[in-house]
Design a protein around this ligand. Structure first.
Ligand code: EPU
Length: 431
């Protein structure tokens, strides 16, 4: 099992290049099979979740060619099976986007029900409600969602009870190939919703209003080929922004859309960092002791839940008491005990973490409970005195391309290791 070994204490300094957004790419890859023409996708992140979804798409018969590390060419004309294998769904929940894509294109789909996930209960009732509103029958049979609309899908008016990124995207995909007009109200506004809409429009769909809370879709009969480049990953960018904050570093984060980072930037400034914005880059300078703050996760443009563990690490090192409220997923504080083992003072009560800042963290052996919490523990290790070993980094590899390589280029002492021998070698090297 891969682990990270980290010798903390170095401020991270330098420049880092951000890749394409994992969560946009997952939706766009699924949508790419909705045409029988060839689709070329660029700026795909080379992370495990993307590679699994590419396999799932190949698994139903589409042609998938990985042209280079960040480019894939997909042709959905050879799809012979509308039933997705549980193997893939088990590994990545986002394979459920194939439900909206297959239902839109073939008017039928069969996708296993995604299992539980480690950040909380993750129902998909809103996705199914949306498909039913579009005229599909949706049943759960033998552990799979079986959706079909033999008479076609019909445009409709859908009000989402809860703001959901996944449900907004899934319904938008299916509605793109329905007859007539669909209106989605209380839609999610995340940049990856907008990117998926832009991608579908580049294939000939007619979607308006993505990025606002009302999305209007005029169904089309066919979609066509396109070349598309995925939007930069705001969560990868935000993670490096907080790595600068927690290590008292100075990082220029390149290839970003600063507008997407506004909620993160605002919090960094509030806790005492300086943030400079350029056209497609941001620079975070952390020169002073960090200050306390309160933060509550909210749908975009609010502070993202995917950035909650990272800010908690910075607040663990800030002066005073901070309060972090998680309002999207109930189980996103699993890093708290690990952080406590590193000397942080974190108390979790329901959906709130109360963090009393300490002067320093100390290295410990910790375990990544999920993707974003795993990345946050790496940041904690980089800021801590001494050696930290992070177990279960397979979660981190799901969503961060070359995490250790990018951190090393910023001056971090970090190594991916697989054996005790390699751990000893690292310890000898760093003295
Ligand atoms: N919800 C429902 N019913 C549904 C769908 C969602 O009640 O049918 C609830 C959820 O339980 C949650 C809230 O709605 O409380 C929002 O969930 P959402 O559907 O927006 O989340 P998601 O689509 O499952 C995506 C990202 C997550 C990210 C969330 C929130 C992907 C593949 N995943 O999940 O990313 O945290 O949006 O922004 O896009 C990550 O990358 O680490 C990650 C977990």
């Amino acid at each position: 099992m891969d682990q990270y070994i980290i010798k903390g204490g170095n401020p991270l300094v330098g420049e880092v290049e951000i890749g394409g957004a994992k969560n946009a790419a997952l939706a766009i890859l699924a949508a790419a099979i909705m045409t029988d023409d060839t689709v070329r996708l660029e700026n795909l992140p080379d992370v495990n979740d993307i590679n699994v979804l590419l396999e799932a798409i190949g698994g139903i018969g589409a042609k998938v060619e990985r042209v280079d590390r960040h480019t894939a060419v997909i042709n959905g004309s050879t799809i012979g099976d509308i039933s997705v294998d549980y193997e893939y769904i088990k590994k990545i929940r986002a394979s459920y986007y194939l439900l909206g894509a297959l239902l839109g294109k073939y008017k039928k789909a069969e996708v296993p029900l995604p299992g539980g996930c480690n950040i909380g209960s993750r129902p998909i009732d809103l996705h199914l409600k949306g498909f039913r509103a579009l005229g599909a029958t949706v049943d759960i049979k033998y552990g799979a969602i079986v959706a079909s609309a033999p008479d076609g899908l019909h445009g409709t008016h859908i009000f989402m009870d809860t703001v959901s990124v996944g449900a907004t995207i899934n319904i938008m995909m299916a509605a793109s190939m329905a007859k007539g007009n669909t209106i989605i109200e209380n839609a999610a506004k995340e940049p990856h919703v907008v990117d998926t809409a832009n991608f579908l429009n580049s294939m000939g769909a007619n979607i308006k209003g993505a990025g606002t809370d009302v999305i209007r879709i005029r169904g089309v009969e066919m979609l066509h080929s396109t070349n598309y480049s995925i939007v930069p990953d705001m969560i990868e960018a935000g993670t490096y922004m907080f790595a600068a904050a927690a290590t008292r570093g100075d990082i220029v984060i390149k290839n970003v859309i600063p507008k997407h980072l506004e909620a993160i930037t605002a919090k960094l400034e509030e806790i005492g960092c300086e943030v400079e914005e350029f056209d497609d880059a941001v620079r975070v300078i952390s020169a002073k002791k960090l200050r306390r703050t309160h933060v509550k996760t909210l749908p975009y443009p609010g502070y993202p839940t995917d950035m909650q563990p990272q800010i908690a690490v910075a607040l663990a090192l800030a002066s005073g008491t901070s309060i972090v409220t998680e309002s999207i997923f109930e189980n996103r504080f699993k890093y708290a005990d690990e952080l406590t083992r590193m000397g942080a003072c974190v108390k979790v009560e329901g959906n709130t973490a109360i963090i009393d800042g300490v002067d320093k963290l100390t290295g410990a052996r910790v375990s990544a409970p999920d993707l974003r919490a795993g990345a946050a523990l790496v940041i904690a290790g980089l800021a801590a005195e001494g050696i930290t070993i992070v177990d279960d980094i397979v979660y981190i590899q799901r969503g961060y391309e070359d995490f250790e390589g990018k951190l090393k280029s910023l001056g971090a002492e970090i190594e991916r290791v697989t054996s005790e021998k390699e751990i000893q070698k690292f310890k000898l090297r760093i003295g």
